[in-house]
Design a protein around this ligand. Structure first.
Ligand SMILES: [Fe+2]
Length: 475
């Protein structure tokens, strides 16, 4: 079955479809008929519009939802700045500053779980580019927490859309638009501004977040692939309306605004949306449903064939953020070095591992819950051990990545690393280059050496001199 097997059973229902116009009502008749804002909405509800794009954005980009709720979102006290000491979503509290732009290849050991903190205080900005105040760029986070959010607390980010990639533990997320259960090997997107709280369904949580300060995620174009494959639209799941009725309890509303944390109080639950309709909503997706494609002849295509979601810059085909996965798949290409090639990329590549072992890095340094960053034009590729193995391997059809799921946040932007990412997390592997690429050995032999080798009666040995299949460039 092309779906993941989860330890934690599903407990909610959803509506299916990516970028589909959805509507949902928790009480029959709560959605007004035809009109968005009737003089008196059904059952005494307030009508409220949530705009995820400018009113006048082109129709194919336009994302808005209408919410029908017990009290409007505006009914709260003024926001006040909250503590900075334990809140790590901005680089030393000034976006654009204390970000280290360095060309080194970086790799991190698995990040620790701090069981004393909740979702909000377990967010750590590790790298990023751009500025949420200009609605440009991205932020990359490690999250790790051991406590559910306070039962009367809600959070939202005004800075961008959160693409959440759980690595450990299950997120039980209550949003204004309904509830989602998000498990490792699933991802979830919570768009800018939507209020939610995170419960820990089965103990501590850890994972990765890509925050998109500009635009929204879309499915990639398929080009000659055609109308199906990769992530299919029908497999994305949006919540159904679900509401609580609570107008006499004090609630805390936390806002991430330009990377800072603010708090307001209100005497009613923010989760009081009885019905909604529109195109702006949270959703989740099971990575096990990804329809992976690849070469059935020789070479392998660019890893863009593994793109789940993309957010394009103003240049079509150039992404501010691509979310790319490396699922289990068959390799059948003939006469091909099957791991990724060595390369330098004008895009930056941040990688993480949800579980298993990534097939391009078998040396043990790239571990689940760890990460790597290969920035703009920083050279990288298989480590020496992987290269040796792959160069001499018998090229039978083989399945790679079984039980594994690596992913990449790829961006056209140069990504800077925060103080937390460089120092405070204390996970940077100082010996990354020493272990990976410095041991690479030269195998180059001039043609005369090959001729002499044969004249001496030596036989061609796979992977050694004279093995024409291994040295195509000088044959
Ligand atoms: Fe790469």
């Amino acid at each position: 079955m092309p779906v993941s097997t989860f330890n934690e059973p599903e407990k909610y229902v959803y509506q299916n479809g990516f970028n589909s116009y959805h509507e949902s009502e928790a009480i029959e008749g709560a959605l007004p008929l035809a009109a968005n804002s009737p003089q008196q909405p059904p059952y005494g509800l307030y009508a409220e519009k949530l705009s995820g794009t400018a009113f006048t954005a082109p129709r194919h980009e336009n994302q808005q939802s209408w919410l029908y709720r017990i009290l409007p979102a505006s009914a709260h006290s003024p926001f006040e700045a909250r503590e900075h000491a334990t809140f790590n979503t901005n680089p030393e509290n000034r976006p654009g500053q204390a970000i280290h732009q360095i060309p080194n290849q970086l790799r991190w050991d698995p990040f620790d779980i701090d069981e004393s903190v909740d979702w909000v205080h377990g967010l750590h900005l590790i790298a990023g580019a751009g500025d949420p105040t200009m609605k440009t760029g991205i932020g990359m986070y490690i999250y790790a927490a051991g406590r559910s959010m306070d039962p009367h607390q809600a959070f939202y980010s005004a800075d961008g859309d959160f693409l959440i990639v759980p690595q450990h533990g299950v997120l039980d997320i209550q949003t204004e638009l309904g509830r989602l259960l998000v498990r490792p090997n699933e991802i979830c997107v919570i768009p800018r501004g939507i209020r939610y709280r995170v419960n820990l369904a089965s103990g501590p949580i850890r994972g990765y977040i890509l925050e998109l300060y500009q635009g929204h995620f879309q499915l990639p174009e398929l080009g000659p692939i055609g109308s199906n494959c990769l992530a299919n639209a029908r497999d994305f799941q949006a919540p159904v309306a679900y509401f609580d009725e609570d107008t006499d309890t004090e609630w805390s509303l936390l806002s991430k605004f330009a990377g800072h944390l603010f708090e307001a109080k209100q005497n009613h639950t923010p989760f009081d949306v009885v019905a909604w309709h529109g195109l702006y909503y949270p959703y989740k997706y099971d990575l096990g449903r990804f329809n992976t494609i690849g070469s059935i002849s020789f070479d392998h295509p660019d890893p863009s064939i593994f793109t789940v979601l993309t957010a394009q810059s103003e240049h079509p085909g150039t992404a501010v953020a691509d979310f790319v996965i490396f699922p289990p798949r068959w390799l059948v290409a003939e006469d091909t070095f099957r791991p990724p090639w060595y390369h330098r990329n004008t895009m930056s590549e941040f990688m993480g591992l949800i579980h298993g072992q990534y097939d391009a890095k078998t040396g043990g340094g790239f571990q689940a819950a760890g990460a790597s960053l290969h920035n703009v034009m920083s050279a990288h590729g298989p480590d020496a051990t992987t290269h040796e193995k792959a160069s001499g391997a018998t090229l039978q059809p083989m399945k790679v990545g079984e039980g594994s799921m690596a992913f990449m946040f790829e961006s056209c932007l140069m990504v800077g690393v925060t103080d937390w990412g460089i120092k405070k997390c204390a996970k940077v592997q100082e010996d990354y280059n020493e272990e990976s690429w410095i041991p690479l050995k030269p195998h180059f032999k001039r043609p005369e050496a090959v001729a002499e080798h044969r004249q001496n009666g030596a036989k061609d040995v796979p992977g050694e001199i004279g093995d024409l299949k291994q040295v195509p460039h000088w044959t």
